[in-house]
Design a protein around this ligand. Structure first.
Ligand code: DGJ
Length: 750
């Protein structure tokens, strides 16, 4: 997978063949430069691709190349990990400030110039676990990792760049380790430490950055922004990856579609403040970078210490966005998600949040559970409100003790009764939060994030616990473990309902307070790790006011995530298709809820709500005791259908046929269509949703991903089609639709 050659100057060229892609870098005049990434190429000597141009006199050039190579300048070179202040004026991936140690003065102290030069490389089979942060994993047969060591010749700072190439995935995983090996034994402050940076030359035609924007209840909508000279970026400073921007962007061109053109996806495995940026220089080189947001971040590194960045994942496709997404789906489903539930079939659940909100007791819960059992549902999830004095969102976060005024029979008995109905039982927590009105806050007012002497912002009547503190994490572990061991709890919904403000940690010395945001994320990972290790049988579902922390790092601990608090089926089409740019169906938790919808007030048929919710980990979120017999019969049918479709949806390949914003066949209202195809192409499931109909619409849907030589039977009508005909001429779905109609077509190879 990784081949090493030498250039005419005798410097190494590294060719990483990953899946059907190539990623090539080389050493030139001692610098580590990027040569190519994209569809696999056979040529190994790609040094001719280097950007070397005659320079204006204003552009400084390195002294050691000045006479020998008049065309080389750091300001146009395509760096693999661009440093700061030594001739490359574009955004840098790294910036460090050398500090002064007591009684040890240095000419470097207080300066931020860094100059990285290649020193050596090593290739190892597999993918070494660099530290405990979430990362993709792979066996020795599945991957190879190139580790390149660079050094600042002046200070002797060491930077190690990790690149993993895969046998089966067109992807490269990158992360960076910064070591304070500086010769003068000075501490240093890391001001920027990106996970990855790639300089792309000549992206034609017009390059664009595709990214996922959103807000609460409107997460991950696809947007394409044309790149212009200067920087386009998406980021978070909220302490969570956030509803507003996802830690993902793709470099595409204006011609990239679902099926054609280049798409390079960059996804950051991180749950905190991040930045992904694309900077276009005057020569058309696009520098794509991803990493921890340098805003509100510094990290003190004492002599001998190292800093490991989060991992960034690059995925290449020369067949449009669809192929890029399918690579992310497979990689994340099988090499990022972990634990028993990675591959196990997930239960169909009912959650009581939209059914009862805080207004429930054990009898109400049992009455919903009885109906659930009668409808074939497999798990009951008790959401917010079971602990402390939590009868509204105004109190009790942190008081993780069962409220026996509501759960009068006690948790153990309640779970036993639910289990006796044949249902599993799951429970909601919001570990990182504390209500000012709580026993926990009374006992430990200093445990929340705050800056002494500064007013605290409040959101949903809650503060955020300081997850950088070991005592806070120990308390949460002890309380959650006690509850989880007290009854047969087989699922946990881990919520996180506000962003971080007044971020400072009293226990950290002043020079380390800017580490708090990142330490908070590491603290959350540590707690997640302890709990998932102690309770490996529990299915963990992530949540953050819906999908406000739906990122790859969370999937490392929780194989499914509550996609959005917006359960309206029409809204969910956009949200789920946007989410599917990166995240697999098996990770998207999707529920059928009541109508009029609680978020939008819209009425949609039960059938359509079911069809849309079957786009992921399926469940219900409504009061089953308030449904008609006809609706309950529909639930039985939907649960049965979902079982039949489970494999193709959750383990198959996704093809997005019509995105909601596409203009389909001229102008025929607003519709969307997607399909899943099993890996062996023996089965496919098409979902078609008409959000807004028009007069006499004509729909021929050209399917994708089928075996062109095979014949497929429509399981409902029994009609047989040829695979190639379905893909070339399409499936005729012309009929009369009303707003919000949907249909599902299940095809099986004959
Ligand atoms: C926000 C979540 O997204 C909801 O599903 C629900 O769990 C509430 N929090 C409970 O407070």
């Amino acid at each position: 997978m990784i081949h090493v050659h030498h250039s005419q100057r005798g410097e190494p060229i590294f060719h990483l063949k990953s899946g059907d892609s190539s990623y090539v870098l080389s050493v030139f005049h001692g610098y580590l430069l990027h040569l190519y990434c994209g569809a696999q190429v056979s040529d190994d000597d790609l040094e001719y691709l280097l950007v070397q141009i005659p320079h204006d006199s204003v552009v400084p050039r390195p002294s050691h190349t000045y006479e020998e190579n008049k065309w080389f300048s750091c300001d146009a070179a395509t760096f693999e990990y661009p440093a700061n202040g030594c001739g490359d004026f574009r955004p840098s991936a790294i910036a460090v400030k050398m500090m002064e140690a007591h009684g040890n003065s240095s000419a470097f102290a207080g300066t931020t110039a860094t100059d990285l030069r290649y020193v050596s490389y090593e290739i190892v089979n597999g993918k070494p676990q660099v530290d405990k942060q979430p990362a993709v994993y792979a066996s020795d047969e599945e991957a190879q990792t190139l580790i390149i060591t660079c050094e600042d010749p002046a200070t002797k700072l060491t930077v190690k760049l990790y690149y993993t190439a895969f046998r089966d995935f067109s992807a490269i995983c990158r992360r960076t380790v910064i070591e304070n090996s500086c010769k003068e034994q000075l501490p240093l402050d890391i001001l920027r430490a990106y996970s990855a940076s790639v300089d792309f030359t000549s992206i034609e035609p017009q390059p664009q950055l595709l990214h996922l924007w959103g807000t609460w209840a409107r997460e991950r909508h696809v947007e394409r922004t044309p790149l212009a000279h200067g920087t386009v970026s998406v980021s978070s400073k909220r302490g969570a990856s956030s509803h507003y921007h996802n830690p993902f962007a793709a470099l595409v061109t204006e011609e990239t579609t679902e099926t054609h053109g280049m798409a390079v996806g960059l996804s950051l495995i991180y749950s905190g403040n991040f930045e992904i940026s694309a900077d276009t220089d005057p020569y058309g080189t696009v520098r794509l970078m991803a990493g921890i947001n340098p805003s509100d971040f510094t990290w003190r590194l004492e002599p001998g210490e190292s800093f490991v960045t989060p991992e960034a994942v690059l995925v290449f496709s020369d067949e449009g966005l669809g192929k890029m997404s399918r690579t992310f789906h497979k990689l994340y489903r099988s090499h990022l998600c972990r634990g028993e539930w990675r591959d196990k079939t997930r239960p169909v659940l009912v959650n009581n949040w939209e059914a009862t909100y805080f207004d429930f007791d054990d009898e109400k819960i049992l009455s919903i559970a009885k109906e659930a059992a009668d409808c074939g549902i497999e798990m009951f999830v008790l959401d917010d409100g079971w602990f402390g004095q939590r009868n509204s969102d105004k109190s009790s976060l942190g008081d993780w003790f069962v409220n026996e005024d509501k759960i009068r029979c006690g948790m153990k008995k309640l779970v036993e009764q639910i289990n006796a109905l044949g249902l599993k039982f799951g429970l909601w927590f919001e570990p990182e939060m504390v209500s000012p009105v709580s026993e926990l806050y009374k006992a430990h007012p200093d445990w929340c994030l705050h800056i002494e002497g500064r007013e605290k912002s409040i959101a949903r009547d809650q503060y955020v616990l300081d997850m950088t503190r070991q005592d806070v994490r120990d308390y949460l572990f002890e309380r959650m473990s006690a509850i989880l061991s007290s009854a047969n709890i087989e699922y946990v919904k881990w919520d996180f309902n506000r962003n971080l403000t007044e971020v400072g940690s009293g226990w950290l010395p002043a020079e380390r307070r800017q580490e708090t945001f990142h330490r908070f994320v590491l603290g959350t990972y540590e707690l997640l790790d302890r709990l998932t290790t102690a309770f490996p049988q529990i299915l963990l579902e992530g949540c953050s006011s819906g999908g406000g922390r739906y990122d790859p790092a969370m999937l490392y601990y929780s194989p499914q995530y509550w996609t959005s608090d917006d359960t309206d089926a029409m809204e969910r089409v956009d949200i789920q298709l946007g989410t599917s740019m990166v995240y697999p169906a098996s990770s998207m938790s999707c529920h059928v809820s009541a109508c009029p919808n609680h978020q939008t007030g819209r009425m949609t048929s039960f059938r359509t709500r079911g069809h849309v919710a079957m786009g992921g980990a399926f469940g219900y979120e409504l009061d089953l005791t308030a449904l008609s017999d006809e609706e309950k019969e529909l639930i039985r049918q939907q649960v049965d259908e979902y079982h039949r479709y489970y494999n193709v949806i959750n383990r198959g390949d996704l093809y997005r046929l019509i995105m909601p914003n596409d203009t389909y066949n001229g102008k025929q209202g607003k519709c969307a269509a997607w399909m899943y195809v099993s890996e062996d192409k023996s089965e496919a499931l098409l979902t078609f949703v008409v959000m807004r109909t028009s007069v006499k619409p004509v729909y021929f849907l050209k399917l994708q991903g089928l075996d062109p030589m095979a014949q497929y039977r429509d399981e409902e009508s029994g009609r047989i089609y040829h695979g190639d005909t379905l893909m070339k001429a399409g499936l005729n779905l012309t009929r009369r639709y009303t707003d919000g109609d949907s249909m599902v077509v299940h095809l099986k190879k004959v």
